[in-house]
Structures are given as C-alpha cells and as structure tokens.
Design a protein around this ligand. Structure first.
Ligand SMILES: CC(C)(COP(=O)(O)OP(=O)(O)OC[C@H]1O[C@@H](n2cnc3c(N)ncnc32)[C@H](O)[C@@H]1OP(=O)(O)O)[C@@H](O)C(=O)NCCC(=O)NCCS
Length: 182
C-alpha cells in the first residue's frame, strides 16, 4: 500500500467505519496510543467492552485504516441548541509510530470529513495541548482554527474534574502525573 511522491513514502490505506465487531482491534490501538504517551487507560478488556457498546450507538463512530489496522479515529457527536445537526468531537486520532508522516493521518481526516458530512454534521472540534505543535499544525492544515470563527477571538479549552476520583483521561493532567512519578 506504499507509494513514493517526491522521494517521500505515501500510504493510502483503505479506511472503513468500525462496527462493534472491530472493538478488539480498536481497543488494541487505543491502548497502544495511551501507553505511548504514558497516559492512564483502563484494562484492555474494559476498553473493548465499552467500545463495542459505543460502536452500536448513533452518537459515536470510529474509523480504521489499513488491514491489519495501523490507525484509527474516534468521534463522539454532541447535540447543540443552535442547530438540528450534531457537532462532531474528534476524541482520538492515532497513527502507529512507524507509519507516521506518510499521509495516513490526512487520509483519515478526509474520511472523517466525508462521514461527518454524510450525517449532516456542520462542525467539528478537537482538543490539542499547546506543546503538541505537530498535531496542532496537522489540524490547522485540515481546516481547524483555534479562534471563534464569527469574532476571530482566540478560543480556549477549559477542563473541570467534577469528581476527583474518576477522571476522564485529559492527557495534559496525565503527562503531569507521569512526570511526577518519574
Ligand atoms: C498526529 C498524527 C495523527 C498525524 O498523522 P500522520 O499520518 O503522521 O500525518 P500525515 O502524514 O498525514 O501528516 C504529517 C503531519 O502530521 C503532524 N505530525 C504530528 N506528529 C507527528 C509525528 N510524530 N510524525 C509525523 N508527523 C506528525 C505534522 O504536522 C506533520 O506535518 P509536518 O510535515 O508539517 O510536520 C500522527 O502523527 C499521530 O498519531 N501522532 C501521535 C498521536 C497524536 O498526536 N494524535 C493527535 C492528538 S489527539
């Protein structure tokens, strides 16, 4: 599936929408992603069970690239009072390390855009931490802006843990934790 363009390897793997049967594959990639960044993640069996339930819902979807899969993205749809269609929140986007920088992430973004438009979704959002300059550049190249489109004001992501015992995996906090451990 590899090709060369101006001396750079380019991959165009098949992208497919995940079904509940893909939960084990998706769980494996999701856990690999979190381990790479030293982030806490539930046991793989728990992740697999959760994903198989989520993939059966209409307000969550995922795509996988390659066979065997080398990349994935997960998207949660949220309702908005401003439109009858949902907003797509891109939760995770991951390309296995050895396949990065070859266009796989871009292929996934295009596939996500197509699937979102098919569902009538008009807007998408993603959170990126400031030190993650590569990912920020990547998303900006794919049309994301960190400004309010109507005013041009800078937009910020604010996070509040409502239960100090059960935390959603906000990566920044996890990096702090793993730095404190080492
Ligand atoms: C970000 C990511 C999904 C991009 O996928 P990709 O297949 O490498 O992307 P493409 O080949 O289509 O485009 C390359 C661009 O991705 C970005 N990028 C971010 N991290 C990168 C990495 N480790 N290696 C290569 N490119 C990376 C860069 O902007 C690069 O463009 P550049 O030439 O301007 O530096 C992938 O690198 C990845 O999985 N990184 C780790 C996980 C992550 O950061 N996810 C996003 C935050 S949720």
């Amino acid at each position: 599936m590899a090709d060369t363009h101006n001396g750079v390897s380019v991959l165009s793997p098949e992208v497919r929408t995940a079904t509940p049967e893909d939960a084990p594959t998706l769980a494996r990639l999701l856990v690999e992603f979190n381990h790479e960044f030293d982030a806490q993640v539930d046991d793989i069996r728990e992740v697999e069970g959760r994903l198989s339930r989520l993939l059966a819902r209409r307000d969550f979807f995922a795509v996988l690239a390659g066979d065997p899969a080398i990349a994935f993205a997960t998207v949660a749809l949220r309702a908005t009072a401003y439109n009858d269609s949902a907003v797509a929140a891109l939760e995770d986007l991951y390309v296995a390390p050895q396949w990065r920088g070859m266009g796989v992430g871009s292929t996934l973004m295009e596939a996500l855009g197509e699937r979102a438009r098919e569902r009538g979704i008009l807007a998408a959002e993603v959170f990126v931490d400031e030190p993650d300059a590569g990912a920020l550049r990547f998303y900006q190249r794919h049309g994301f802006v960190h400004r309010d489109p109507s005013t041009g004001d800078r937009a910020f992501y604010l996070h509040h843990d409502l239960d100090s015992g059960t935390r959603l995996p906000h990566p920044e906090r996890q990096f702090e934790r793993s730095a404190a451990r080492s």
